[in-house]
Ligand binder design. Sequence first.
Ligand code: TYM
Length: 336
Amino acid sequence: MGKQRVLSGVQPTGNLHLGNYLGAIRNWVDRQHEYENYFCVVDLHAITVPHDPTTLANDTYAIAALYLACGIELDDSHIFIQSHISAHSELTWLLNCITPVNWLQGMIQFKEKAVKQGENVGTGLLDYPVLMAADILLYDADKVPVGEDQKQHIELTRDIAIRINHQFGNPDSPILKLPDPLIQKSGARVMSLTDGTSKMSKSDPSEMSRINLLDPPDAIAKKIKRCKTDPVRGLEFDNPDRPECHNLLTLYQLLSGKTKEAVQSECGDMGWGQFKPLLTETAIAALKPIQDKYNDIQSDRAYLESVLRQGRENAEAIANATLDRVKSAMGFSKPL
Ligand code: TYM
């Protein structure tokens, strides 16, 4: 039996932060050799909120470079750009036509983002999860490694696939494969540095709320120095009254590679004045190799382009075959 297939992606909106890394990309890297992987930069998703056309292409390349810098290797993985494969948009249309609008109106992320946009919510924002379903279903993905916030979108993807299979397929040979989310226990929900009860997010207006993968050491030091803590002496995981404490200890655990038990015994008696410099040093050391590799890759555009060209070729063949299967099941005529 061949390897199971993985599909995942990140939007090229701004800088990647520790939430994106610890919730998603690091898990892709850690388990990449168990699977056959398709990692895309989802630039079509990035325009579901107002975007800057002068930076979109460069931001897209930067995310692809970060995938490589974080340790994605090309022996089991393909890296490509979503908008380079038109099957993503085309399957989205087909799926739109069988997706009830109230499924989309109920999505937590839509409701949160829609509130921020006020009256002016674009149709694309509502349709965002259908495009994500198309991304996943085109590749017959078995597993989708993501952070906790994407779980509902993967459940929706399964519901859409079930509906297509039910309406247009037969039970012995389903048209689309049902994917499973792959969500790690720690790191699945990294919280803001300024509020331990809200998620670390690219859209938080405060830069102080997140550590970006490309932040220089002095920025990391400043953000950790000023981050929110509490007046309690001693540090502990899992105390619901101390969300910042749990979040910062978890960051230290994941960035140092130590076990939770080791961190609890190392830091249990520490005060913030002792812990913050330790976390700072650990974060800087963990991000340095990624930053160095990122700079090398960005200085060789031809290499990055060749990776993306090869990735697109491999991905497109699979995507087009799935699209043909769906169109044929839905009864479309063949192009002449
Ligand atoms: P994006 O770019 O918002 O997030 C990329 C990945 O980072 C994870 N993530 C977090 N994990 C832990 N803590 C956080 N604070 C945190 N913030 C973000 C997200 O869960 C995600 O895994 N809709 C997707 C992009 C997408 C996609 C796909 C993913 C489009 N098509 C197909 C998988 C498969 C998203 O939220 O991107």
